[in-house]
Ligand binder design. Structure first.
Ligand code: BTN
Length: 332
């Protein structure tokens, strides 16, 4: 962060702390150690970015509203992370944040770079499916990571991402998420979040990983995709509330950074435990489909390396790395 940005961050923090009262130009200039005319200039810049600030002579300044619009600046202000999102690339419209993330990663973008778009015209899902990315109503975001991990462990990052998003939904949105293996997040049985992990690696070393997440936030029912293979929902539909997308993004990045650091330090067991606490249909019968086979199986959980643990067609425990799961719905 350059000096200008860090001063502006502090200024926002000061305005936020004092949002119910006026804070004098003098007080701000003392606290931030810059001149009153520099304060005034920053205020003008903030107004350009959509911050509504009231200035009253002899009283000082008061913030009236924060901008709704996403931008690199509004996303970064108030973001409490050490490395994740220190570089944010925001686009109003893009083909896919995954494509740009790969391009930037190839060009050397740093670990923790985040790409966010208001709208995607070619949103990409797993298995080459399209991902419907409604303008302005969801979070369409890709994170570039450069972990020092063996390539086969990248699956664990996907599972970790699912637990992070489930935590955010449970704690911040106060809904009850479940994770459908490997990484769809369901609320009341309907898909709210999709995660797509892509990686560039050499035999024994990951060059970079791009973790893409699509979160249906403020779509009303009629704007949700009508896919025959799954039912979709949004945080809005499930909670009956509109959510501040910027706030949710910041919450995700903060939670992600903490969980990622703890995973790097302590390994997968904690993630596994958390994942299983949200796991959908664990201990129940599911239908498994792999490239070669399809059978009815008992879903046992996930293995130490993140694979799906289930019974094979003969009833023996087996590990699966790539499979589709489904289940018989009761009553239909
Ligand atoms: C899935 O469930 O199939 C995964 C969906 C992943 C969608 C996200 S949205 C942000 C990023 N950019 C994309 O084009 N796809 C991912």
């Amino acid at each position: 962060m350059d000096k200008m940005e860090s001063t502006r961050n502090k200024l926002i923090a000061l305005l936020e702390e004092n949002k119910d009262q006026y804070i004098s130009g003098q007080k701000m200039s003392d606290q931030l150690n810059i001149s009153r005319s520099a304060i005034w200039k920053h205020m003008k810049e903030l107004e350009k970015d959509g911050y509504e600030i009231e200035g009253k002579s002899r009283k000082g300044y008061r913030i009236i509203s924060f901008p709704d619009k996403l931008s690199e600046n509004t996303l970064q202000w108030g973001l409490r992370t050490k490395w994740l999102g220190k570089t944010i690339v925001h686009r109003e419209i893009i083909d896919s944040t995954q494509f740009l993330a790969h391009q930037l990663a190839r060009e050397g973008a740093a670990h923790g770079t985040v790409i966010i778009a208001d709208e995607q015209t070619k949103g990409k899902g797993r298995m080459n499916r399209a991902w419907h990315s409604a303008p302005g109503h969801g979070i369409w975001m890709s994170i570039i990571l450069r972990p020092q991990l063996l390539p086969y462990l990248a699956t664990q990052l996907t599972l970790l991402t699912a637990t992070v998003l489930a935590d955010v939904i449970a704690e911040h949105i106060e809904l009850r998420p479940q994770i459908k293996w490997p990484n769809d997040i369901l609320i009341n049985g309907k898909k709210t979040v999709g995660i797509l992990t892509e990686m560039q690696s050499e035999q024994d070393q990951i060059q970079y990983v791009v973790i893409g997440m699509g979160i249906n936030v403020n779509q009303p029912t009629n704007e949700l995709p009508n896919d025959i293979s799954y039912k979709a929902t949004s945080l809005n539909v499930e909670s009956g509330k509109e959510w501040d997308i910027k706030e949710v993004i910041q919450y995700i990045l903060q939670t992600f950074e903490k969980s990622y650091e703890s995973y790097i330090e302590n390994g997968f067991p904690e993630v596994k435990k958390k994942w299983e606490s949200y796991g959908f249909k664990i201990g129940e019968m599911i239908d498994i489909k792999t490239m070669q086979n399809a059978w009815r199986s008992e879903f046992l959980g996930i293995a130490e390396d993140g694979a799906l643990l289930a019974t094979d067609p003969d009833g023996n425990e087996t590990k699966l790395y790539s499979a589709e799961i489904a289940w018989f719905k009761e009553g239909n």
